[in-house]
Ligand binder design. Structure first.
Ligand code: NDP
Length: 353
């Protein structure tokens, strides 16, 4: 089978490409410019040579019919291309590619490929959770309506993360509306849809990484707080106390493969997470790694505020997720924080950072 992966050069997508290839699928990846495919072609050289991976350029995913050619001849789609960065003024810069890109690929699939069996959309916990004062456990029944409301009301003044969350919520809502109208109600589509909702994604990057400062948003946050003394030391204590949920990028890539393979996943949105963390915990785990791992760097790792974790009874994990559906349908085996930390630090050291 051939799987179309959009945004193939990105942090999560390139891991999905790798897992798919390793599991025997052929992959067609989309990138925005040919240069963005150079690293992929090198990294997956042996697969390219055997005709198992091909790259196509889709320059502007917001254009009508942008994916019309790319969808031809594939058996399934993993739609992952969507902006995730905080460097944004007008919220439409995030919302348009998120919504139009996602709707666009569904439309192209409906129009140009009657053989597709499944379309997996990489949504996000951003489309599920809302920041609440009390601790709360969210499930697939929850929607981040608040991010849409705040972005509408505040426009450019909205927080960058709020704009991003609105873009993911609106995109996923558009998916289920399209699915309801065109697939479920006796439409002509041969396929069903799965939305995966991961929280923050960490773990070693295999995408093209020119420098630490150009890392993708989630891994950059981990680098800045957990690994780099110069950036970590500029952060206030609050930054180390904040709690979120996470998943290792390799486990999330496994989930993307399982989402194609598990029949019962069809028509479902599925939260994919290992569990909760407080930033300071990552620092403690990193500092407990054997010193032989980091001695090459000639410096020690940031310490943050050890007092935060010294009194575990004071730690509150505000946002939790119910993973019952994921475990029932996908059954992902998650890496621990220790494994992810070790592999990530090893990778950073290898890069000479
Ligand atoms: P990256 O920034 O590494 O990858 C994003 C991919 O999307 C790249 O291929 C990028 O292309 C492409 N892209 C970005 N903006 C546009 C645009 N305007 N038009 C077309 N393509 C675009 O991010 P991630 O790998 O982290 O994200 C992949 C997906 O996972 C996204 O849908 C994101 O929302 C989702 N996600 C990520 C989480 C995380 O913590 N990392 C958590 C939850 C969900 P280019 O390189 O050319 O910019």
């Amino acid at each position: 089978d051939t799987v179309l992966v959009t945004g193939a050069n990105g942090y999560i997508p390139i891991w999905v490409v790798r897992k798919l290839l390793e599991k025997g699928y052929n992959v067609r990846g989309t990138v925005r410019k040919a240069e963005k495919g150079e690293h992929l072609n090198k990294y997956f050289d042996s697969y390219v040579k055997r005709g198992r991976l091909e790259l196509v350029v889709v320059e502007d995913i917001t254009k009508e019919g942008a994916f019309d050619e790319a969808v031809k001849g594939v058996d399934a789609i993993e739609h992952m291309a969507s902006p995730f960065h905080e460097n944004v003024d007008d919220p439409e810069e995030l919302i348009r590619p998120a919504v139009d890109g996602t709707l666009g690929i569904l439309k192209s699939a409906l129009k140009n490929n009657p053989a597709i069996k499944r379309i997996v959309i990489t949504s996000s916990c951003a489309a599920v959770m809302t920041n609440t004062p009390e601790a709360r456990t969210f499930s697939e029944a929850d929607w981040n309506e608040l991010s849409i409301k705040e972005t509408r009301e505040q426009g450019r003044q909205a927080l960058p993360m709020t704009k991003y969350r609105a873009s993911k919520t609106l995109a996923e809502k558009a998916v289920w509306k399209f699915y309801e109208e065109n697939v479920k109600k006796g439409g002509t589509a041969s396929w069903d849809v799965v939305a995966l909702n991961p929280p923050f994604v960490f773990g070693p990057g295999i995408q093209e990484i020119l420098s630490a400062s150009t890392l993708n948003t989630s891994l950059k946050a981990w680098y800045d707080l957990v690994y780099s003394p110069s950036t970590s030391s500029t952060k206030p204590k609050d930054a180390f106390e904040v709690s979120y949920s996470w998943v290792d990028v390799r486990d999330l890539a496994d989930a993307h493969v399982l989402a194609l393979e598990k029949e019962e996943a069809g028509g479902e949105r599925i939260i994919v997470t290992e569990g909760v963390y407080i930033w300071q915990e990552w620092l403690e785990i990193a500092n407990a790694l054997p010193s032989s791992l980091t001695e090459k760097t000639g410096r020690s790792l940031p310490k943050g505020f050890p007092k935060i974790t010294a009194q575990p009874q004071n730690l509150t994990y505000k946002v939790r997720y119910d993973t019952a559906k994921e475990q029932r349908i996908l059954g992902v085996k998650y890496r621990t924080k220790e494994e992810t930390t070790r592999d990530t630090v090893e990778d950073f050291v290898r890069r000479g950072w």
